[in-house]
Design a protein around this ligand. Structure first.
Ligand code: ATP
Ligand code: MG
Length: 394
């Protein structure tokens, strides 16, 4: 009999049609991720998604890790199958949950019987298994309300399944459920975290990176592609739209007031990202801006950058301190790559004294002599698309 994986769904408040979409999206995302690890059957029943290996070749360890990173599941656990015999279940529990039983002080057994032909009902089975465990482990006390360990036994048609307390899953909503957005990915710490946070809310992401060759190096671009690759176990496969940005930066440096350089550059980033969104059917932009972190992220600066597009701009780290962002970056595995010392296009031609409170009017005035539309179109037409498949679990 084969071990299986259970995904317990999150967002319990979701009801009706939404719940169905939620489950369908979660199953489809899970199936796609699991392809890397063998042939699996995935289906949902009563708010639980079941992942069953179809043969012995399936890599269950990696499949489990992949499921822990799949948004939509609140809890995940591995389940041990055994014969539908109460004593086989007892020894199954003792073997499969050996460490958990040794570590716990209090416990309870919870049974569910979907196979109604099984001779004991759920309560009788729980009483039997609980009684036996109580006798065999003198250090354990039965405790119904807040036990250290809950032993779950599910008697199904095919087998009885045993598992302990499920581990936390990635939570959130299944990627794709909330639609599609364009995320501005620099080589820094913040934008990978922002992307992860919005993928967690169910957004499928298209990544945009502004590349200023030769001012920024090939290594800087590789670093951004690597960040995207590190995000894929959470986001699913990604496309990075690498935008040639040098011409726009040179044009701005030539023709605009130096203290507005960064804010004008960021307005172009937003316009080009909005154009990418239009071309790939995305409905929002995502950035890693955090209020007050630098001159281009003050409130008025955000007004100036937001003024060039009607799309909603999601800035999930806007209210976070750097150390809070770093904590997530470490957790999702992007931090070490983010701190590699390659320059970003934002650091090219940085003004010595950037305007802290720019206004939309002065931005518009500074842009008067520019062929804004032409520059945006040329940059968007020059995009190189790099497809990043989902990274395998190590
Ligand atoms: P990060 O750690 O994300 O680089 P940061 O503090 O360095 O953030 P900025 O460089 O001012 O902030 O950029 C703010 C946001 O603008 C980034 O989080 C990102 O969303 C976007 N951005 C900046 N540079 C680029 C770039 N070269 N390509 C794509 N997006 C960018
Ligand atoms: Mg940056």
């Amino acid at each position: 009999m084969k071990e299986i994986i259970l995904l317990k769904l999150g967002e319990l408040v979701l009801k009706g049609l939404n719940r169905h979409n939620f489950e369908e999206q979660l199953m489809s995302n899970a199936r796609r991720r699991l392809k890397l690890y063998g042939d699996f059957k995935v289906y949902s029943k009563q708010s639980i998604t079941y992942v069953e290996p179809k043969n012995e070749e399936c890599d269950m360890d990696r499949a489990f890790e992949a499921m822990r990173k799949t948004f939509g599941a609140n809890h995940v656990c591995r389940c041990f199958p055994c014969e539908k015999d109460k004593d086989a279940m007892l020894s199954g529990i003792q073997n499969f949950l050996r460490e958990e039983l040794a570590a716990a002080g209090t416990f309870k057994v919870e049974c569910k019987r979907s196979d109604k032909t099984f001779p004991l009902n759920s309560i009788q089975l729980a009483q039997y298994l609980g009684g036996e465990l109580d006798e065999r482990y003198p250090h354990l006390t039965a405790e119904m309300h807040h036990p250290d360990l809950t032993v779950y036994v599910e008697v199904r048609d095919t087998a009885a399944y045993i598992h302990g307390t499920p581990v936390p899953g990635a939570g959130g909503l299944p990627v794709g459920m909330a639609g599609r957005a364009v995320s501005l990915l620099s080589g820094g710490i913040d934008s990978p975290v922002a992307s992860w946070m919005m993928a967690k809310r169910g957004l499928e992401l298209e990544m945009v990176h502004f590349f200023s060759y030769p001012y920024t190096s090939q290594e800087a671009k590789e670093k951004v592609l690597e960040l995207a690759r590190l995000l894929t176990p959470w986001t699913g496969r990604l496309t990075v739209h690498v935008v040639p940005f040098t011409a726009i930066q040179e044009e701005l440096r030539r023709s605009c007031p130096e203290e507005l350089f960064t804010i004008l550059m960021r307005r172009f980033m937003m316009r080009i990202s909005a154009e990418v969104a239009k071309r790939c059917g995305a409905g929002a932009l995502v950035t890693g801006e955090s209020l007050g972190q630098v001159a281009s992220q003050t409130m008025t600066a955000m007004e100036c950058t937001g003024a060039v597009t009607d799309l909603p701009i999601f800035r999930p780290v806007v209210g976070m301190d750097k150390d809070e962002i770093v904590r997530i970056a470490r957790y999702i595995g992007t931090f070490e790559t983010s701190i590699l010392p390659y320059e970003d296009c934002c650091t090219v031609f940085t003004p010595k004294h950037p305007r802290l409170k720019p206004t939309v009017e002065e931005c518009l005035r500074a842009e008067e002599g520019l062929d804004v539309e032409g520059l945006v179109k040329a940059a968007a037409d020059g995009i190189e698309r790099v497809h990043i498949p989902v990274k395998r679990e190590d």
